[in-house]
Design a protein around this ligand. Structure first.
Ligand code: SIN
Length: 281
């Protein structure tokens, strides 16, 4: 197995592994270590059935069903991420960590590409350990102990709400109180496995600081959002048919780029259950 870093900030391609067969414990351990070391890992030229993707993702933990986006009829833990030809991309467009509006946000996301545009539709990732580590000591001290409110409301009520919930779009959404629920997470998150600290706010799901208004929170959140996504912290993955990405939502944000209006893109996405973010062990 060969692990090749994508940039100096994060991300690595792993060569020489076939994910459709049974993975030995030694191979799994090496993949798991690369996942922790690089924040996002990528495999090429895989031919995976839905069951193979599920089996691979399950090596990282229990899988979950999304409370708002409908899973596949035959595999409710898989979301088919479809962007039809001629439409703008919507799903995952904007910086975020997956499901930070859960009490226990997803630990990892595993995305497999089956229909890939000839160009465009890349996914960009940003290392949130670096985002934390490059803050000044004064800013780190100010953020320590601060908490923020996260909610799905903004992302899942705009802009095409009715069509999505009424089944008139390629992806179907389910309305429930999960759309409006607010949860509280630390702004600085200690990664439970690496024990490194990461910045944990994102412009898609973070609403405000706890005990502050949105207006009061906006200037500092705005600063943190643009800091989080500095090109120095990023890598960009160019998809091909048969590529598989696995990323760690506890220390990375990502952004699905909306630049392939004329083409279709079809991906299969599963998420691994995580734990409640903690600022301290
Ligand atoms: C996501 O945000 O989970 C989807 C990313 C993508 O489609 O590239």
């Amino acid at each position: 197995m060969d692990v090749r870093p994508l940039t100096g900030a994060m991300g690595a391609e792993i060569l020489g592994v076939r994910l459709s067969g049974a993975l030995s414990n030694a191979d799994f351990d090496a993949i798991h270590q690369a996942f922790l070391d690089y924040g996002a890992i990528f495999f090429r030229d895989q031919t995976l059935r839905r069951e193979d993707q599920i089996a691979f993702a399950r090596r990282f933990g229990d899988l979950e069903e999304h409370p708002i986006v409908e899973g596949m009829a035959e595999h409710s833990e898989i979301i088919k991420v479809v962007k039809p030809k001629g439409e703008a991309a919507e799903f995952g467009v904007g910086w975020h960590t997956d499901n930070s509006f859960f009490q226990k946000p997803s630990k990892a996301t595993c995305l497999y590409g089956e229909v890939i545009p000839p160009y465009g539709g890349d996914t960009v990732y940003a290392n949130q350990y670096l985002a934390y580590e490059t803050l000044s000591d004064g800013m780190k001290a100010m953020l320590e102990g601060l908490e923020a409110i996260h909610s799905a409301e903004r992302a899942y009520t705009e802009p095409q709400t009715r069509d999505k919930y009424e089944g008139r779009r390629a992806m179907r959404y389910r309305w429930s109180e999960a759309v409006l629920r607010e949860v509280v997470h630390p702004v600085l998150r200690l990664h439970p496995e690496t024990k490194r600290k990461a910045l944990y706010v994102n412009p898609t799901f973070t609403v405000r600081f706890k005990d502050m208004t949105e207006e009061e929170s906006r200037p500092l959140l705005h600063y943190l959002y643009q800091h989080c996504a500095r090109p120095d912290f990023c890598c960009r993955f160019v998809w091909r048919k048969g590529s598989l990405a696995l990323w760690d939502n506890r220390c990375a944000q990502h952004y699905a780029v909306d630049d392939y209006r004329d083409y279709e893109r079809v991906m299969f996405r599963v998420t691994v259950k995580g734990d409640a973010p903690r600022g301290k062990i």
